[in-house]
Design a protein. Structure first.
Length: 321
């Protein structure tokens, strides 16, 4: 079975000509610079076609890593509850056509689409993407204003369940992107899709991104008891605050519900799992020397004690087109 990193962001800008856009506000500038540097691209990459070097660099990292493939995520724009596009909201957009096209060209990429369910053409776009080979849906409910529990979306969830398309949803706080509905960070936002039979994956295991945010991990653990189709991913868990849940993720009842993800291009820090006491000093120093961020994240997760199934389990959850 393939080893898969199931949480890899695609990023592009208007210069690339693939319909992507990126809005780097002054507040986010430093953070974006830091992220670009960690994947080996200069800040000036934002001033010209970002799409091509981003994809080339990512493919290089994958090909020299322990992983066989990655799930590449599209990024939906922000819509209001009635499906009207909110043009001034959001920091990034990647159309579904872009990830579907890249996946056709490169076997390393598995395409995850993103469709706001309030969009008037949501069902039509879903059908088109299913025909195009989509394997997963990705949302950030708190950043994209998606109230998954809105009853109007029931037919949309039912169609996803019927097609076997799982939903990866950001849970827990967020600080890389603009947040429009902080309360949608609560994993209970996934109740209705779960009831409709959709396999849901709570990204970041509902961990907090700052000290002030609530830690929703206990809520998630309780929900896992009630919903056998609920999983969580390990993405970005090496960050200062998210690493708080690393030890809880190793609990025997949680481990069988975890899948491996990095959250590339979000930085992979080796210090925090060591400070949290889940890896040795030797492993911290060894991983810090790995330049490839995808491989560094993989090696840290292995050292943390995530068993081999964590890295292949997603094969059984993805839609098989
Ligand atoms: Zn992410």
């Amino acid at each position: 079975m393939r080893k898969i990193d199931m949480h890899i962001h695609l990023v592009g800008n208007a210069h690339g000509g693939h319909g992507c856009w990126l809005r780097v506000t002054p507040v986010k500038r430093l953070l974006f610079r830091f992220m670009l540097r960690q994947i080996g691209l200069p800040m000036s990459a934002l001033l010209r076609d970002l799409d091509t070097p981003y994809v080339e660099r990512l493919l290089q990292w994958i090909r020299v890593s322990s992983l066989d493939a990655v799930v590449l995520l599209a990024q939906e724009a922000v819509y209001d509850d009635d499906g009207r596009l909110l043009r001034d909201c959001g920091n990034a957009y990647v159309p579904n056509s872009r990830v579907l096209e890249l996946a056709r060209r490169h076997p390393e990429f598995l395409p995850a689409i993103s469709i706001h369910p309030a969009r008037r053409d949501a069902m039509e776009e879903l059908e088109q993407c299913l025909a195009g080979g989509a394997v997963m849906m990705k949302y950030l409910p708190n950043c994209q204003n998606i109230n998954c529990n809105d009853r109007r979306f029931t037919p949309f969830w039912q169609r996803m369940a019927q097609a076997g398309l799982p939903l990866l949803a950001h849970t827990g706080g967020e600080r890389t992107l603009q947040v429009v509905r902080p309360e949608y960070a609560d994993p209970r936002i996934l109740r209705l899709p779960l009831e409709c039979g959709v396999t849901c994956i709570a990204a970041h295991a509902a961990s907090p991104s700052t000290a002030r945010e609530p830690n929703y991990f206990p809520v998630l653990a309780q929900m896992m008891r009630d919903h056998p189709r609920l999983y969580a991913d390990t993405s970005a868990l090496n960050l200062p605050h998210r690493s708080k849940v690393l030890r809880d993720c190793l609990r025997p009842e949680i481990l069988p519900r975890l899948v491996h993800g990095s959250d590339y291009p979000v930085p992979v820090q080796t210090l925090w799992p060591w400070l949290r006491g889940v890896i040795s000093r030797g492993d911290m120093l060894r991983c810090a020397r790995i330049a490839n961020p995808i491989e560094r994240d993989y090696q840290l997760k292995v050292a943390t004690g995530f068993p081999p199934e964590t890295f292949t389990r997603i094969n059984q959850l993805l839609r098989q087109p």
